[in-house]
Design a protein around this ligand. Structure first.
Ligand code: ZN
Length: 146
């Protein structure tokens, strides 16, 4: 006849092993997630650093970096070209003021009211505030008790 105390002890030990294993598994899973998140973070920081480096050096590239810079420049130009192609197909322009897409035949941005006529002009955009608001709200004055 089996000793009940022994059986109970071994069952208890087995249960403890299982919960110990489960604990290890979940700790490892959590660590994996944390590692992954940190790796993502580092990759983003590298990307930020790389972009800053690119912006600083692009007009004065050394011979050994010339090819890498050229590859990036080419890809950026391609993106720009495809973006423009997409806008042309959609018949929209991007508002230079707010970045919203608005119909290409609009004179003013339907989102922010900025003038769209001079979008294609290369010269610096003179910030000319268009008066398009029909209802001008009176400025809220703060009353200070004297
Ligand atoms: Zn706008």
């Amino acid at each position: 006849m089996a000793n009940w105390e022994n059986i109970k002890d071994s069952l208890f030990a087995a249960g403890r092993d299982v919960s110990q294993k489960a604990k290890e598994v979940s700790e490892v899973a959590k660590l994996k997630m944390d590692i992954h998140a940190k790796e993502d973070f580092v990759e983003k920081q590298f990307a930020i650093l790389g972009r800053a480096y690119y912006e600083v050096k692009k007009d004065n590239v050394s011979a050994e970096e010339e090819e890498q810079f050229a590859v990036i420049k080419e890809a950026l130009d391609e993106i720009e070209r495809m973006n423009q192609q997409m806008l042309d197909i959609q018949g929209v322009v991007v508002c230079p003021n707010c970045g919203k897409k608005v119909p290409a035949d609009n004179c003013y941005c339907s989102a922010c009211g900025a003038k769209l006529d001079d979008v294609v002009v290369d010269a610096e955009v003179v910030s000319e505030e268009p008066v398009t608001e029909d209802t001008v709200e009176p400025p809220v004055e703060e009353h200070t008790e004297e």
